[in-house]
Design a protein around this ligand. Structure first.
Ligand SMILES: C[S@@+](CC[C@H](N)C(=O)[O-])C[C@H]1O[C@@H](n2cnc3c(N)ncnc32)[C@H](O)[C@@H]1O
Length: 187
């Protein structure tokens, strides 16, 4: 399906972003019947993924963080913070080790200089892996966006240090030319 069609479909379903279809595809592949009690959404704005999780798993407690603001979503606890400062968010910190699922669609502002962009993506992804390692329960899941670049191999290796299963997904709803790709891990 063309990117515009995914966007129209998202709009007609009341979702704030077409990124929900990428998450839907990955969760279906990994077995979405899981009961997710606590979910951490990293880089959540404008809120499509948080909306999706709340709709699909209505009992889940969703905690969402972004440096940008996010319009409220019923049942989603939002914190406007840099993920570097996640440990300062008391409500989230008290759940360290109790999250079943961490989802990260985080992406830095792109400069257009690939060496700089690749490094920024890598650093944000490293931070995300460390947060997931600390905040997930044993056997918890991480779904993280990254990009196909010269740092991807190193990133996978780093993830493999803390996650017993690591897999790569390129959802159909992800534009082919975007270079984005998703890593899935089981802690
Ligand atoms: C692609 S958007 C996420 C879209 C979201 N999954 C959805 O479905 O609506 C990526 C987000 O990452 C956020 N972001 C980038 N760097 C961040 C950081 N250091 N801390 C928190 N959020 C960050 C951006 O502000 C942006 O809103």
């Amino acid at each position: 399906m063309h990117a515009d069609n995914w966007a129209n479909k998202a709009k007609s379903m009341g979702y704030r972003s077409r990124a929900v279809f990428k998450l839907d595809e990955i969760l279906n592949k990994i077995g979405s019947k899981n009961k997710y009690q606590n979910v951490l959404d990293i880089g959540s704005s404008p809120g499509g993924w948080s909306q999706y999780i709340k709709k699909k798993y209505n009992k889940a407690k969703v905690y969402a963080i972004d440096i940008l603001d996010m319009e409220p979503i019923d049942g989603v606890n939002f914190y406007q913070e840099n993920i570097e400062d996640i440990d300062n968010i008391i409500d989230i910190k008290r759940l360290k080790g109790a999250f079943n699922l961490v989802i990260s669609d985080i992406a830095p502002n792109l400069s257009g200089i690939s060496a700089v962009d690749n490094e920024n993506v890598f650093e944000l992804n490293q931070l995300t892996i460390n947060i997931a390692k600390d905040y997930l329960i044993s056997d918890g899941f991480l779904i993280m966006k990254t990009f196909q670049n010269n740092k991807l191999k190193d990133l996978r290796k780093e993830m493999e240090l803390f996650f017993k299963i690591v897999q790569t997904y390129k959802p159909a709803a992800s534009k082919k030319q975007s270079g984005e790709i998703y890593l899935f891990g089981v802690k």
